[in-house]
Design a protein around this ligand. Structure first.
Ligand code: HEC
Length: 164
């Protein structure tokens, strides 16, 4: 009888040990979350580009910022010629050409927003050429800048890792 009891105590102990081991490894599995990376702290859509493509986009962006600043100052001074020139400079005709390969990397909505922004600068330039009021031009610029906000909220660039 005592032999029989011993057998069960042994099996129970072994069972308990197995349960403990299993639960420990399961707990370990749930605790091991992936380390925080950039993506988890920024939910914007990532566009993967080469360093040269990134430079091209950012250079274009700095041109847009400069245009906005020039337009605000010139419009406030009632200098509509300068507003027109600044607008045309970032209008459709002066868009930086992108290679087909580069374009393929850009989501359609991104491209549409970009194109619409250039077209709106053309419209702003046309307004200045047609002597629209300063208030109207200022209103147009504000609306155009909705595109800057929308795109920056949605997308970010990530430089593709170069093969070693
Ligand atoms: C179609 C999308 C899109 C539109 C429209 C857009 N941007 Fe950008 N812009 C970007 C992206 C993408 C970046 C890079 C952001 C990142 O990687 O975090 C950027 C970066 C910039 C930068 C930083 C440049 C640098 O050298 O680091 C400036 C300044 C900027 N944008 C200005 C503007 C202004 C002003 C407008 C509107 C007149 C505008 N952008 C419209 C997509 C856009």
């Amino acid at each position: 009888m005592s032999k029989y009891k011993f057998y069960w105590a042994d099996t129970a102990a072994l069972g308990l040990l197995l349960i403990l081991l299993a639960s420990k490894s399961m707990a370990g599995g749930t605790i091991e979350t992936p380390p925080d990376d950039e993506a988890s702290s920024d939910s914007r859509v990532e566009i993967i580009v080469t360093p040269a493509e990134r430079n091209q986009i950012l250079e274009e962006m700095r041109g847009l910022l400069e245009a906005v600043q020039t337009v605000i100052v010139a419009n406030n001074a009632g200098d509509l010629d300068t507003v027109a020139v600044a607008g045309r400079k970032v209008g459709r005709a002066n868009m930086t050409p992108h290679s087909a390969e580069f374009k393929d990397k850009l989501p359609m909505d991104f491209r549409k927003l970009g194109m619409d922004t250039h077209l709106r600068f053309d419209k702003l330039a046309l307004g200045a050429e047609q002597s629209e009021s300063t208030d109207q031009l200022s209103q147009q610029l504000g609306e155009l800048m909705g595109n800057c906000v929308a795109c920056h909220k949605t997308y970010r660039l990530t430089v593709q890792r170069q093969p070693l």
